[in-house]
Design a protein around this ligand. Structure first.
Ligand SMILES: [Zn+2]
Length: 205
């Protein structure tokens, strides 16, 4: 037996402050915080797709373009994210190389795959493993908080290089695209409505 849906109880959850509001009230706004009330997040699927695809597009220049430019005494070089991973690995700092690889490749790719899977299964109205997919969404939200790690890693990278060379170091365009990818994937995860996973349930049961 499944517990009743909010719709059957005539309730709506405020997206902002999580207050369960009566749905039949004439006011379309939350009585506590004033934000507009919806049964589901409006245009959740289209919005999540758009944000995710934009992030996917920006992910290409984030990896291809150099993230920093170092100008040492005898050598001048521009480094991409993966280039810096390789350099650190060859230099014996395999632990830092692994952290940067996970934060800059592992985390974003996982986010793309999980969001894509959730979107496609929801659009197909799939009934399979809904509980597991809800858990997957919670995990995605949790990774979202750790997106800050990416920015931290970039700062770490910059300071590492600064210790290693005498000269100047300048950020390059790649880091901007990387920041955009982090922000866009976070927004995409937020605009997805996990309740859509359960909307395939026949309502009159
Ligand atoms: Zn509210």
């Amino acid at each position: 037996m499944t517990p009743p849906f909010a719709e059957q109880l005539n309730l709506r959850l405020c997206h902002c402050c999580r207050l369960a509001c009566p749905a039949d009230e004439s006011a379309a706004n939350c009585p506590r915080c004033g934000s507009p009330l919806h049964m589901r997040k409006p245009n959740a699927i289209a919005r999540t797709w758009a944000l995710m695809l934009a992030a996917l597009v920006f992910y290409i220049p984030a990896n291809v373009l150099p993230i920093m430019h170092t100008d040492a005494l005898y050598r001048e070089s521009s480094t991409t994210i993966l280039g810096s991973v390789v350099t650190l690995w060859q230099g014996g700092a395999w632990d830092i190389a692994a952290i940067i690889f996970i934060a800059s490749v592992g985390v974003p790719v996982t986010k793309f795959l999980v969001l894509g899977l959730l979107l496609i299964t929801v659009q197909r109205g799939s009934l399979r493993s809904r509980r597991e997919r809800t858990v997957l969404y919670r995990a995605l939200e949790l990774i979202g908080y750790w997106s800050m790690l990416d920015v931290f890693v970039a700062a770490l990278l910059v300071s590492l290089v600064q210790f290693g060379v005498f000269g100047t170091i300048e950020p390059r365009l790649g880091i901007l695209f990387f920041g955009l990818v982090v922000v866009l994937t976070m927004l995409a995860a937020q605009s997805f409505d996990p309740r859509l996973i359960w909307d395939t349930e026949p309502r009159n049961e």
